[in-house]
Design a protein around this ligand. Structure first.
Ligand code: MSP
Length: 519
């Protein structure tokens, strides 16, 4: 019983595990950031949270990258995997677990999943004859390919493909089409956004082919149990990471009962098919519950151009942070487009957000309220008199934000939640502009104190609610409002946590500086 109650409240969110053939770029930072925002939100909302990320270390792509550098694959993986941990630290990602697919716990889980699939009759031995893209680590059918103009062929992703012929184990995916369609029907929110769901449905309705799930022409992978000439196809190995980290194969464990099924697998749109078709089929065939949701986000371009190695226009996560600040960068990435759509990075758009939304709207609101309190209220939280209608109205609107934002975050609508919160900031700005406490200073000190208290109380709640996206800046804002660390969760929103008159406040300091810089 306890398990059931716990699962209802627990929240398990995962990023894809990143290939170690490349150093972290904006795409990686973006996916993990979105998960960090969700993880922080649900923690602040009082739920037990598990936030998983990690690295995908097997397969031909990684083996080839190591070979190019002339080092052993494991040593290469150790090196690059660390750069993803460093990214997590630099971006303040609140991860609970970092999984590497070369760890013993994962090898054990992958082999256990394989054995379940053998036992259920979903795996058979045959031979694969067809196209393979090492860059995508994916098999492609002849009719999906195009000519590269030089006698070769390209996958729909633009990646080159090579002809492969080798003995291979297959997963009977063709037998799962109808059951997958029934599963999608029973779980209409399994794939979000809805446009992506429709793509997956039509792919599955088009008929599924069995999928080759082992390779024999290289050895950098997890050995197939009972047939060591084969290593597992890197995708079956990689997808299994989500259950490894939830305690699989020990399905009696506390971890398993608490965390599985995962609440959200966050992925880029390019890897949706693996997560929304193959993964639930593997799990259902193995007699395990499928995850509750796969959310596919869009891709970033750089100043209108596709990001590619050949163009050399990668956006380096560390550069953004250095140039604009961490909280600013986190805000921009979550606020620029509705989460799920493709987005374009531009310096101009970044400056507009930093100077408009942050410095002008949120920063100024806090700055002018706090500096007036410092100057005119002896640096203490002011004592409000009786509240007027407009004071009550503002507080009621701010008190009501959590309900709206919670609903949005349940659907991973991070952008919409920021729009909602900035509407709140807009209301507080209009309030202070029309109540003009700076003029009241000469005419009505009691009313001035009330207006400043109401505004500061609104800022307190806004800062608490914006924490998942900008933990550093909001933390500093709450410091300046004298809100102790233990009073910063959502349980303290609304009347439960009102600012206490008389609390001494530190000297106010600007939180969101304007950036004056030519493009
Ligand atoms: N290893 C696989 C995932 C296995 S999960 C069981 C993989 N790794 S990856 O490192 O290539 O990509 C990881 C993520 O980065 C994907 O979600 C992908 O969509 C994302 N991005 C890569 N480039 C991107 C952009 N330009 N913009 C946004 N996200 C992008 O795939």
């Amino acid at each position: 019983m306890a398990g059931a109650t716990q699962k209802r409240r627990a929240f398990y969110v995962t990023t894809p595990i990143y290939y170690v053939n490349d150093v972290p770029h904006i795409g990686h930072a973006y996916t993990t950031l979105a998960c960090d925002v969700l993880a922080r939100f649900h923690r602040l909302d009082g739920r037990p949270v598990r936030f998983l990320t990690g690295t995908d270390e097997h397969g031909q792509k990684v083996a080839k990258s190591a070979e190019k550098l002339g080092i052993a694959p494991q040593e290469f993986c150790d090196r690059v995997s660390q750069s993803f941990r460093d990214l997590a630290a630099a971006w303040d990602f609140s991860i609970d677990d970092f999984i590497r697919t070369t760890e013993p716990r994962h090898i054990k889980a992958s082999q256990a999943l394989w054995q379940r699939l053998v036992a259920s009759g979903d795996i058979y031995l045959d031979a694969y004859r067809g196209w393979y893209s090492v860059r995508d680590e994916a098999y492609w059918a002849e009719d999906e390919l195009s000519d590269d103009g030089q006698g070769g062929k390209l996958a729909p992703t633009g990646a080159p493909v090579e002809w492969v012929e080798e003995p291979s184990y297959f997963f009977r995916l063709s037998a799962w089409g109808e059951r997958l369609l029934a599963f999608y029907e029973d779980n209409p929110d399994f794939i979000l956004p809805t446009s992506r769901r429709n793509e997956v449905l039509s792919f599955v309705r088009g008929g599924l082919r069995d999928v080759s799930i082992s390779r024999t022409t290289f050895s950098w992978g997890i050995p197939v149990p009972g047939d060591e000439a084969h290593v597992m196809w890197v995708w079956i190995d990689a997808l299994t990471n989500y259950i490894t980290a939830a305690g699989f194969p020990d399905t009696e464990s506390e971890a398993w009962r608490t965390w599985w099924p995962a609440d959200v697998h966050m992925v880029g749109k390019d890897i949706l098919r693996f997560h929304a078709v193959y993964w639930p089929a593997f799990l259902l065939a193995a007699g395990l519950p499928a995850p509750s949701r796969v959310f596919a986000h869009g891709w970033w371009t750089n100043e209108g151009q596709k990001i590619s190695k050949s163009l050399g226009n990668a956006i380096v996560p560390g550069d953004l942070v250095q140039r604009y600040g961490l909280d600013q960068t986190r805000y921009f990435l979550m606020r620029e487009v509705p989460f799920g759509q493709d987005a374009d990075f531009s310096h101009k758009a970044m400056l507009q957000r930093v100077n408009g939304d942050l410095a002008n709207d949120f920063g100024n609101l806090a700055q002018r309220t706090l500096s007036q309190i410092a100057k005119n209220c002896d640096g203490l939280v002011p004592r409000p008199g009786e509240l007027a209608r407009q004071d009550e109205d503002l507080l009621a609107r701010i008190d009501g934000l959590l309900d709206t934002v919670r609903e949005q975050m349940e659907a991973q609508e991070i952008y919409q939640s920021l729009v909602t919160l900035w509407e709140g900031i807009g209301l507080a700005n209009s309030y202070i502009a029309s109540e003009a406490p700076w003029s009241l200073r000469k005419t009505d000190l009691a009313r001035m104190a009330t207006v400043l208290w109401v505004t500061a109380e609104a800022i307190r709640q806004l800062a608490i609610l914006v924490q998942p996206v900008m933990p550093g800046a909001c933390g500093r804002m709450l410091d300046q409002l004298g809100v102790p660390p233990e009073a910063r969760s959502f349980a303290h929103l609304g009347p439960a946590g009102r600012l206490v008159p008389g609390t001494p406040l530190p000297e106010p300091q600007g939180i969101f500086p304007r950036i004056v810089e030519a493009a």
